[in-house]
Design a binder for this molecule. Structure first.
Ligand code: SF4
Length: 306
């Protein structure tokens, strides 16, 4: 499927590279983000015991948490938690290699409790937590994975006790190839075969069809619409963030079909819940913009409908 990918999609891949550089420079010069990075490192240093080489985890944020969108899954009996890292180049590590300029700027990370003004005495606990997790993921990988293993174990037990499906999103705000990450010689999908993992991705080259308990939905931005056909061919649905042009705000009743670049498919409302594994196949999943800035997006990341 990817034999000629590099040649066929060269202009797209070149743009991605440029966008990544632009995003990196943008976030590296952002005073708010620089302060979050500093405070996250201070938290990590305080929690690390250099003699035992272990963390006092009670001094650090838990790795798994939820948000209003994940909580909506409870309506359909799925208890869901997600790993929320710092997206794109926020942490100075890149967690979203396929991010476009538009999605990097409009990322969900800055909506709800992630809005920048949600600080207490100059401390933004939500962003510090995401930054801490990301630094731990890159710099203390084994300790991080060990803690993640324990948290998933507990969360799965909780879901079982409540008689619910256990849903986990490892890339709530990132696009890491978890299919390549092993802890004690197994992926997390293998460690927990009864957990239903799912994510959104912009990385068309991810191959997860051999993983029975992992589901991916391809996520559209202002650059990657040329990959829609390929995404459907790979069995993924495609999410589109839409804005109602007439009202200048969110769609309440979303259309039941959607067309873009000559491809028309049935459309479903992706905001009713977040549990994508039950969406079926061959569909566009329509989403409202999250956050005030995303609603006003001018990059083309948010598509307008009349
Ligand atoms: S790829 Fe997804 S998580 Fe990453 S910056 Fe874009 S919207 Fe955010």
């Amino acid at each position: 499927m990817y034999n000629n990918f590099k040649t066929e999609f060269k202009p797209y891949l070149d743009t991605l590279k440029e966008d990544n550089t632009t995003l990196k420079n943008h976030f590296n010069n952002d005073t708010f983000i620089k302060e979050v990075r500093k405070q996250a490192r201070e938290r990590i240093t305080k929690a690390f015991n250099p003699i035992t080489k272990k963390f006092k985890w009670s001094m650090l944020p838990s790795l798994l948490s939820n948000n209003p969108k994940l909580i909506k899954n409870e309506k359909i009996d799925c208890l869901t938690n997600g790993l929320m890292l710092a997206p794109s180049h926020w942490s100075n590590y890149n967690t979203c290699s396929n991010a476009s300029y538009g999605c990097g700027l409009n990322c969900l990370t800055q909506s709800g409790h992630g809005e920048r003004h949600m600080q207490t005495n100059g401390v933004h606990h939500v962003h510090i937590a995401r930054m801490v997790r990301t630094i731990l993921f890159f710099e203390y990988r084994e300790l991080f994975l060990d803690k993640l293993f324990r948290e998933i174990t507990n969360f799965e037990s909780k879901a079982k006790r409540l008689g619910k499906v256990c849903g986990i999103r490892l890339n709530t705000m990132s696009d890491i190839r978890w299919e390549n990450i092993k802890f004690n010689n197994k992926t997390f999908f293998q460690h927990f075969p009864n957990v239903s993992y799912y994510d959104y991705t912009k990385d068309i080259k991810r191959d997860i069809n051999h993983i029975p308990n992992y589901h991916l939905t391809f996520s559209l931005n202002e650059r990657n619409s040329l990959l829609i056909g390929l995404a459907f061919k790979k069995g993924m649905n495609v999410t589109v963030v839409i804005r109602n042009k007439k009202l200048g705000k969110e769609w309440q009743d979303k259309p039941s079909s959607y067309s873009i670049h000559g491809i028309t498919k049935q459309a479903i409302d992706g905001d009713l819940h977040d549990y994508r594994p039950i969406d079926g196949k061959d569909k566009f999943v329509l989403l409202n913009p999250k956050g005030k800035d995303t609603l006003k997006d001018q990059t083309g990341f948010v598509k307008e409908l009349n």
